[in-house]
Design a protein around this ligand. Structure first.
Ligand SMILES: [Zn+2]
Length: 205
């Protein structure tokens, strides 16, 4: 039986739609391929090469940062050695960034392991600070103290060994505006203190 004009039309529409869908899929595949190629290009043959910090930002998302932060939080709770987190961060970087040997951050070149260790140290400090502030809140403790190791770091000098009030309502001590780490790789930490502890120390020093 000969096909009616309507049936032919329907078939045409169907074929047309299939082609359109094909085009979309092809386009999608092509785009994915391009993206894959792009990331491969960056990853390929990079042993011995230096990546710039701005490039790193293309690989590491906010989610990744949160993940590393969560590792650090666990490490603080479990009292793990820093090396363990460093290794974890290093392996993760290797996985997402590739085999770059070093990274350049505002003119300074760090070995990848060194950089992973800096990130580990910094996130551990962040996690530690958060832990201290959380427990201060829980126990209604207002005063904190920044550690002191006679730093010669210009960023940290003004904070080192100082006592701050979290609420900012203390008559003697200023409000805590900035918390460690004050910069990448900062060694400073924060710890809870109290008027009694400070008085006691003053008396027996
Ligand atoms: Zn510092």
């Amino acid at each position: 039986m000969a096909k009616t004009k309507r049936e032919k039309n329907l078939k045409f529409i169907k074929v047309e739609r299939m082609m359109k869908e094909d085009k979309i899929t092809n386009f999608k595949n092509k785009r994915e391929e391009n993206e894959k190629e792009k990331s491969m290009k960056i990853n390929k043959g990079v042993d011995g090469q230096t990546i710039r910090y701005s490039q790193v930002r293309e690989f590491i998302s906010e989610e990744d940062e949160k993940k590393i932060m969560e590792w650090a939080r666990q490490a603080v709770i479990e009292g793990q050695p820093r090396q363990k987190l460093s290794k974890r961060v290093y392996d993760f970087f290797k996985e997402v960034i590739g085999n770059y040997t070093s990274i350049e951050i505002s003119g300074t070149v760090y070995r990848m392991r060194e950089y992973a260790d800096l990130v580990a140290r910094t996130t551990l400090r962040q996690a530690q600070t958060k832990g201290v502030l959380d427990s201060c809140k829980q126990y209604d403790n207002d005063l904190v103290e920044i550690s002191s190791h006679t730093t010669d770091c210009n960023i940290c000098k003004e904070f080192e060994g100082k006592v701050y009030s979290i609420s900012g309502r203390h008559k003697t001590y200023p409000k805590l505006e900035k918390t460690p780490p004050f910069h990448l790789g900062c060694e400073h930490s924060i710890s809870p203190t109290s008027e009694a502890a400070l008085e006691w120390r003053e008396k027996y020093k």
